[in-house]
Design a protein around this ligand. Structure first.
Ligand SMILES: Nc1nc2c(ncn2[C@@H]2O[C@H](COP(=O)(O)OP(=O)(O)OP(=O)(O)O)[C@@H](O)[C@H]2O)c(=O)[nH]1
Length: 278
């Protein structure tokens, strides 16, 4: 019996170290699932701590072997073993929870993203603009909105096909996004229309931004990559923009969109490739 006890004690600790090593692989998977940032670093610290325990368990198993002579000497190895089981269970549950949360996050993102352009969709715009109008009114902050429409988009589809039309939409969405601040929100309103929400921005500033964007688009051609044997295609595109802002007369989402639409209608009626304010 006295010969088995040291074996049993060391065996328990080695098995516990093995469980901790498995827990480390689970933590590694969690780190891989998480977005870059503080949370990922915190799990990295935990990973190092578990590594420290694995090494300590190994050393303890080696040096305690000769010191286990009675049953009571097994208490510490048993505690080490239960500790490792606890760490393993917590890491396993954390991995499952992280997977579930990431799945929900992906579904939520899909729900508010336009699949063609990768920018926010109308569903997101509805709730975002509602919240922003309430916030702007509570704190008496300016808020403006730009409604952007690609000119004669139907003829692009008709002349080059829908696939080229789709590529033009993707390029324009990218150009709009890149020309604005991170705090401005770009959404696809529908078809070839985009809505940009500019929190904390007066209509005069938004007009200048819209004018700069219009000129950029006017001066750059959308290049459609060549198919085998064909030349790359360059498509010239212009946009019309209606700009409006929150005011005492216009204090909600519906009114902002209505006014932006009126301004856009005037820009279209006036010959397109223009920015109008309403
Ligand atoms: N390729 C492509 N076309 C789309 C998409 N959504 C809407 N369209 C097309 O966009 C076109 C919009 O045409 P119109 O509303 O007549 O507007 P327009 O030709 O741009 O004319 P103006 O706005 O008056 O300058 C239609 O031909 C739609 O089929 C899309 O996701 N992909």
């Amino acid at each position: 019996m006295s010969e088995i006890l040291p074996l049993l004690g060391s065996g328990l600790i080695i098995f516990a170290a093995f469980l901790l090593a498995i827990a480390m692989t689970l933590v590694w998977k969690i780190i891989g699932l998480l977005p870059k940032g503080r949370l990922q670093h915190s799990w990295g610290v935990l990973l190092l701590l578990i590594l420290f325990f694995v090494i300590s368990y190994g050393l303890y198993a080696k040096y305690s072997y000769v010191n286990i002579s009675g049953k009571t000497d097994l208490i510490v190895p048993i505690i080490f073993f239960l500790g490792a089981i606890f760490v393993y269970i917590v890491c396993n549950l954390s991995l499952k929870t992280t997977r579930d949360i990431m799945q929900i996050y992906i579904l939520k993102q899909e729900n508010i993203t336009d699949p063609l352009t990768g920018i926010f969709n109308r569903r997101y715009l509805d709730s975002y603009l509602n919240n922003e109008t309430t916030k702007a009114q509570s704190f008496t902050l300016p808020l403006s909105v730009c409604l952007i429409d690609i000119d004669h988009f139907k003829s692009i589809n008709d002349n080059y096909g829908h696939q080229v039309g789709d590529l033009v939409l993707q390029n324009i969405a990218k150009d709009i996004k890149e020309s604005l601040r991170d705090s401005d929100v770009v959404t696809r309103y529908g078809g070839e229309e985009f809505v940009v929400v500019l929190p904390g921005t007066q209509v005069s500033t938004s007009y200048k931004l819209a004018e700069r964007l219009r000129k950029n688009i006017e001066n750059t051609q959308v290049t459609i990559p060549s198919k085998s044997g064909q030349e790359a295609l360059s498509v010239k595109v212009t946009i019309s923009i209606g700009v409006t802002e929150l005011s005492i007369e216009c204090k909600d989402y519906l009114c902002l969109i209505k006014n932006a639409d009126t301004a856009l209608y005037r820009a279209k009626n006036n010959g397109r490739n223009q920015v109008f304010i309403c």
